[in-house]
Ligand binder design. Sequence first.
Ligand SMILES: *[C@@H]1O[C@H](CO)[C@@H](O)[C@H](O)[C@H]1NC(C)=O
Ligand SMILES: *[C@@H]1O[C@H](CO)[C@@H](O)[C@H](O)[C@H]1NC(C)=O
Ligand SMILES: *[C@@H]1O[C@H](CO)[C@@H](O)[C@H](O)[C@H]1NC(C)=O
Ligand SMILES: *[C@@H]1O[C@H](CO)[C@@H](O)[C@H](O)[C@H]1NC(C)=O
Ligand SMILES: *[C@@H]1O[C@H](CO)[C@@H](O)[C@H](O)[C@H]1NC(C)=O
Ligand SMILES: *[C@@H]1O[C@H](CO)[C@@H](O)[C@H](O)[C@H]1NC(C)=O
Ligand SMILES: *[C@@H]1O[C@H](CO)[C@@H](O)[C@H](O)[C@H]1NC(C)=O
Ligand SMILES: *[C@@H]1O[C@H](CO)[C@@H](O)[C@H](O)[C@H]1NC(C)=O
Ligand SMILES: *[C@@H]1O[C@H](CO)[C@@H](O)[C@H](O)[C@H]1NC(C)=O
Ligand SMILES: *[C@@H]1O[C@H](CO)[C@@H](O)[C@H](O)[C@H]1NC(C)=O
Ligand SMILES: *[C@@H]1O[C@H](CO)[C@@H](O)[C@H](O)[C@H]1NC(C)=O
Length: 706
Amino acid sequence: MRTLLVIPTLVSAAALASQVTDYAPKANVECPDLSTAPLIRTFTPQNQTVHPAEEEYVTTRKNTVIASAWVDWLGNGSALGYDLTNFNASDFPTVGFAIPGGGLRAAQYGAGVIQALDARNSSAKAIGTGGLLQVASYITGLSGGSWVTGSLLFNNWPTINDLVFGNGEDLSGWLLDLPFASPDGDNVLSELNQDFYGSILWSIIAKNDQGVDTSITDPWSRMISYHFLNQTSRQNFFTNDTGHGAGQLWSEIPLIPAYQSFMVPFPIVVADSRPSGSNLTTVLPLDSVVYEITPLELASYDPFLSSGMNLTFAGTQLVNGRSTTGSSCVTGFDQAGFVMGSSASLFNQILDFAHNTISQFSQNDGNALLYLLNRQLTDIRTRADDVANWPNPFQGQQTDTFQDTNATWLELIDGSSNQENIPYGPLLVKARGVDVIVTLEGSADDPVNNWPNGTSLIFTALRQQQFLQSSHKTFPPTPSTPDDFISTGVNARPTFFGCDPTASEDFPLVIYLPNAPPLSGIDPVTNTATFQLTYTQLHTHLFLDQVYNNIVSGFTPNSSAADPNWGKCLQCAAFDRGRSKAIPSILRSSFCSQCFKQYCFDPSNPPSKAELPNRKLVFVDPDPQGLTKVELFFDDNKFKLLGGFIGLVGFIALLAIGLIIYKKRHQKISKYHKIQEPLNHNLVYEELSYTPHTDMYKMDILNHST
Ligand SMILES: *[C@@H]1O[C@H](CO)[C@@H](O)[C@H](O)[C@H]1NC(C)=O
Ligand SMILES: *[C@@H]1O[C@H](CO)[C@@H](O)[C@H](O)[C@H]1NC(C)=O
Ligand SMILES: *[C@@H]1O[C@H](CO)[C@@H](O)[C@H](O)[C@H]1NC(C)=O
Ligand SMILES: *[C@@H]1O[C@H](CO)[C@@H](O)[C@H](O)[C@H]1NC(C)=O
Ligand SMILES: *[C@@H]1O[C@H](CO)[C@@H](O)[C@H](O)[C@H]1NC(C)=O
Ligand SMILES: *[C@@H]1O[C@H](CO)[C@@H](O)[C@H](O)[C@H]1NC(C)=O
Ligand SMILES: *[C@@H]1O[C@H](CO)[C@@H](O)[C@H](O)[C@H]1NC(C)=O
Ligand SMILES: *[C@@H]1O[C@H](CO)[C@@H](O)[C@H](O)[C@H]1NC(C)=O
Ligand SMILES: *[C@@H]1O[C@H](CO)[C@@H](O)[C@H](O)[C@H]1NC(C)=O
Ligand SMILES: *[C@@H]1O[C@H](CO)[C@@H](O)[C@H](O)[C@H]1NC(C)=O
Ligand SMILES: *[C@@H]1O[C@H](CO)[C@@H](O)[C@H](O)[C@H]1NC(C)=O
């Protein structure tokens, strides 16, 4: 183990002083000397590199923490039929976790799976599944999956129980029973809700005052922060006592103690981009650039771009690597909430400004409130209010292939917008050499029952084939259509894809752990809708328990029983690529071969869903009483997921107000303030610093409805 170099004083001092206005980036920071310390890193697919600090982190963790975690998990290997002393630590496979999107369902699903794979959970450890988390080198998150990833990091990597439910001390839990958008309940005009909106708007105005374009993604990002970052408790929810996560930066993840001691997989969040200025509201074509955000960079390994931008300065517009405002740069743009919000910015597809509708919700369920909101929104459509606006640092890069080479702003949107809902991309990047991808598959593809049907894997394979062959590894063979995923049953029980790579095709082994009906045959509570933005505490408890039980059980063909060998079979899969790396390579053990017969997808001999008897597909609300208060508000509304609906409506109400303010402010400040003389910093800060315009917070929705 390396000596731990912890710098807690810096971080906690910042936390104490934090305010919601810390959401504002700092414009007019002096740029580093770009001739000696460039902010842009470029490479080619043929000469692909990861950031040197990523390489260093991953290598150090692998040789220290992970090397002993393998031994802790597999012992000497004898139970699997191997002798671990025959393997060098550097031969152990490189493992990545991928957590897809799907709002709070996906976040809770990801959490439940992590719990079942975490060596810190003694029951999971005893079963043999607990330990896989500890050997992971990477963790990627997309949309709802980025929330659990970010939450784990910014709370210093606690156990899932502590993270989600609180520990009675410094962790307050996710508080999912407080609706995202109207935490004080359905009346958006209540005093507490108005306090909440006031705080959120205060953050956004502070950002806008720095001359940085805001959008619908900003209030969304702040709401995410209240639940997933660490300064919000039930007691302080409606106060301005803390910054509620404002000022916590993705680029400061390397200061977090668990990161400093190499305890965490290297985290990566995925967001898509729509071509700037295209106003696209449909699914994206597969050739639109996909970005990743690491603690080090905003980057894309797509051959179209092959570049990374120093994340600390990611708010800066650069042309050919130079700041457009001379020596002036922007820092503090990479707010943790905004990174998670960008990855989950799905508004361009659900808000149809032209027709005043919100898809996913039937027009009949609309009501006076929705009507008012629609009227407000009509007036305030501007360039890119429905995306996450990131200043484009890549102007002038890859002029032949990069779609936004001339754009001043990147328009980032939900990572699932190109139908790749699972963040596989970063884990297929050749330079990362990931051997095993654990998929915490919480997608809801099936439009009726919200189960996954393989859509995401199919699109990832297609995108790689069409555009990424030079830069990304091939995706292993899977069933080729959603219908085949369903009829083979591989979407409803743990499955290993790509068990036997050929000499010509070096694909990773994918351990696919889909959200699936409980194998015990009880009613499922985990297949909730993406737009459900409220969960009772009871529901969350039952949700996580159900996921945990499935993940520690594996499956037994033609039976509802758990597989007693599953823990070891999972170990076989995680370890398998190590055999071929050893010199001389080692044969698969007979125990592991037996496991692979049951769990590997063999395209020439596909399994059948008939082997999964007694599974119930239809969601049953485990806590129907929990929504009573909400039901009173729209008493004749039959919409099942009312909590989510009201949450979303209230949320949009807030956005409407926010956008009006945004527009007003925007007319005054449309560009970064430029300073050519770095000497005047303090002076300039003072001029720019925020002074509250209290009249703006007092606005209520009705005043602006006409
Ligand atoms: C690969 O890229 C690195 C970093 O840009 C550069 O230093 C090196 O010369 C390149 N090598 C080749 C063979 O292009
Ligand atoms: C491996 O460990 C098992 C149990 O922990 C023990 O029984 C066995 O002797 C060990 N094998 C070797 C080769 O050390
Ligand atoms: C371990 O690595 C060393 C140095 O690369 C090599 O000499 C040795 O053969 C390797 N051992 C095994 C079991 O692969
Ligand atoms: C392990 O996870 C289960 C399921 O969520 C939970 O009930 C249990 O308390 C956990 N155990 C520990 C030691 O965290
Ligand atoms: C919460 O975040 C602050 C600011 O990043 C940090 O100082 C503090 O240690 C965090 N608390 C926990 C429990 O991780
Ligand atoms: C927090 O500050 C904002 C902006 O001044 C205000 O609108 C809101 O009411 C405040 N909340 C409380 C509880 O004072
Ligand atoms: C996108 O919308 C803006 C604002 O309405 C408009 O000026 C622009 O022409 C639109 N772009 C395209 C490609 O339609
Ligand atoms: C970003 O730039 C600063 C200033 O040059 C440098 O200190 C820092 O290491 C860079 N960060 C990364 C991730 O490259
Ligand atoms: C960028 O602008 C240049 C000069 O106007 C033009 O030739 C080029 O086609 C543009 N590239 C893209 C991708 O729009
Ligand atoms: C599979 O999921 C997609 C959405 O991801 C959906 O459009 C399609 O109808 C589903 N197909 C089947 C057969 O369930
Ligand atoms: C499951 O049952 C089916 C039908 O009875 C049979 O064809 C199949 O071989 C069984 N599968 C296993 C693994 O026993």
